[in-house]
Design a protein around this ligand. Structure first.
Ligand SMILES: [Ca+2]
Ligand SMILES: [Ca+2]
Ligand SMILES: [Ca+2]
Length: 155
């Protein structure tokens, strides 16, 4: 009887550890990342972050090349209404011409309703420096806070 109980308890503890472990395998944002100068560098596919306090801004950065690939950034696993902004500059630090970006605007903004994913996909025509900003939705008056995953894909 005791052995059975112990086995069950061990099994439950193992399951909890496994579940925590799978979440912890993703790298996380590093605060303070509240200005472009302090942006976290994106060099793997998926990161976890959190708009932890009202007004928290999370900046991310990445360099992309005109390699013929689409570069796509997705905000997912949202439990609040967040938005994703992307600012693109060229190698001289000038804003990339808006006509080269989807929607004809620089910055690009993705802000869907509620907890829907946000996504921005670009096709670079030169070496570009990207600044991404995750923050609360610009469409709601609520003070949105909550966690997110930021996923990068190239295809
Ligand atoms: Ca944050
Ligand atoms: Ca932040
Ligand atoms: Ca949104």
């Amino acid at each position: 009887m005791h052995t059975t109980v112990r086995t069950i308890v061990l099994l439950m503890v193992s399951l909890v550890l496994l579940c925590v472990g799978c979440d912890d395998t993703l790298p996380s944002e590093t605060e303070d990342n509240g200005t472009p100068d302090l942006a976290d560098v994106i060099d793997s596919s998926t990161y976890k972050g959190e708009i932890s306090t009202v007004g928290d801004n999370d900046y991310w950065t990445m360099q992309v090349n005109a390699d013929g690939n689409y570069h796509s950034f997705t905000l997912s696993h949202l439990d609040s209404d967040l938005q994703l902004m992307l600012y693109a500059t060229d190698s001289d630090g000038h804003d990339v011409d808006a006509s080269l970006l989807p929607g004809g605007s620089n910055p690009i903004r993705s802000d869907n309703a509620g907890t829907m994913n946000e996504q921005i996909t670009i096709l670079p025509t030169a070496r570009w420096n990207l600044i991404l900003l995750v923050q609360e939705s610009g469409d709601t008056l609520a003070n949105e806070t909550g966690s997110y995953w930021l996923q990068y894909e190239r295809y």
